[in-house]
Design a protein around this ligand. Structure first.
Ligand SMILES: CC(C)(COP(=O)(O)OP(=O)(O)OC[C@H]1O[C@@H](n2cnc3c(N)ncnc32)[C@H](O)[C@@H]1OP(=O)(O)O)[C@@H](O)C(=O)NCCC(=O)NCCS
Length: 246
């Protein structure tokens, strides 16, 4: 995978795996002599918020947004940037990096569409996030301001860690998971692919949360959660089955 850090290294510099953590990544992006062009998939309010976060990262510049559902969103600039229709990306877009700007766990579809059109994804870590040097962040992850990721945590691809989300040590998070603001996942947990964790939810340590499930905002999860269910409340109880993320 390619990270913003790697893309900023001068030619010939040995590349360093992304799990080496945010500090080294940030050292590199503080080299303001290089500008990395970044596309944000999505045109809704979270995409605008992400654009604002990225403006805090020296050496990275949002060059546009991408829309795949409502073509009318391409008619006007967004945050003074162009909005590209997914099937009409300019040639230069393939030289950009991208990040998904959608909270839905169904963003996999958009990510796949963009990847098929030659868009490359990177990992974006806000300067105010703290990612352990011993943690791994997969391609396409976004760590918002005040995010904390503990040592030996493994975060999959295209995971959204919204503001102040916390991931404990030795916890594994699957691809396309969303942790909404202040979601707090304790140490030694696992969360399956495509699960959505609402804001302020607490997941106690050593629990296994299934894939494509939803944890309601403010829930306190005290037991394992199976795949494809929605839980909410304190303690969290299953309220819906056969769901597919959110
Ligand atoms: C869990 C959630 C997905 C449920 O959505 P939903 O299935 O559409 O549920 P509804 O809104 O139809 O509400 C159904 C019932 O559950 C209650 N409810 C909804 N969310 C709840 C929650 N998180 N905890 C406890 N009860 C909740 C509602 O009050 C309603 O109760 P009622 O039938 O007595 O009136 C949603 O409420 C949630 O928590 N979303 C996360 C929001 C979030 O984190 N946003 C981040 C913004 S940055």
């Amino acid at each position: 995978m390619t990270t913003l850090r790697e893309s900023l290294l001068p030619a010939g510099t040995p590349r360093v795996a992304p799990h080496e953590g945010s500090r080294r990544r940030l050292d590199a992006v503080h080299d303001t002599s290089v500008t990395v062009p970044l596309l944000i998939l999505g045109t809704r309010t979270l995409a605008v918020e992400i654009c604002d976060w990225v403006e805090d990262i020296p050496g990275v510049r949002v060059v546009g947004f991408v829309e795949n559902m409502d073509r009318s969103h391409c008619a006007q600039p967004l945050e003074d940037r162009p909005v590209f229709w997914i099937d009409e990306l300019p040639d230069r877009a393939t030289g950009c990096y991208a990040i998904a700007g959608l909270a839905t766990t169904h963003r996999r579809i958009f990510v796949q569409q963009a990847a098929e059109r030659g868009v490359r994804f990177t990992t974006v870590v806000h300067p105010m996030a703290r990612i352990s040097k011993k943690a791994r962040l997969g391609e396409g992850c976004l760590a918002a301001p005040a995010v904390l990721v503990g040592s030996h945590a493994e975060i999959g691809r295209h995971v959204l860690l919204n503001r102040a989300a916390m991931v404990g040590h030795h916890t594994r998070i699957g691809d396309f998971v969303t942790l909404q603001p202040q979601a707090n996942v304790a140490g030694c947990c696992s969360i399956g692919e495509g699960t959505y964790v609402g804001m302020g939810a607490l997941i106690l340590d050593h629990l296994n949360i299934g894939a494509h499930s939803v944890i309601g905002a403010g829930a306190v999860v005290t037991r394992d959660v199976p795949d494809h269910v929605q839980v909410m409340g304190v303690p969290a109880r299953i309220v819906k089955e056969n769901i597919d993320g959110k």
